[in-house]
Design a protein around this ligand. Structure first.
Ligand SMILES: [Zn+2]
Length: 76
């Protein structure tokens, strides 16, 4: 079960992204795969046991610390 720390984006960098709003205590997405993604700032689990496809290109606003996170290996 790979676990990744996400990368923090500045609000400007995320301005054109579809931002998923995370609520503290509940993952934004859960299930469908085996990859878990944590907030790059506070280590809260934002995406739990998702497939890579479900994390690809996603921007998540952490419900605990308010940072904007994107998945760490979106390059090709
Ligand atoms: Zn956080």
């Amino acid at each position: 079960m790979p676990q990744f720390d996400m990368i923090i984006l500045t609000p400007a960098a995320a301005a054109n992204a579809d931002v998923l709003e995370h609520t503290a205590g509940t993952p934004v997405r859960e299930g469908g795969g085996d990859e878990t993604y944590r907030c790059g700032a506070c280590k809260t689990k934002l995406l739990v046991n998702v497939s890579h496809h479900d994390a690809h290109g996603v921007v998540v606003k952490c419900g605990k610390c308010g940072k904007l996170n994107t998945e760490p290996h979106h390059h090709h």
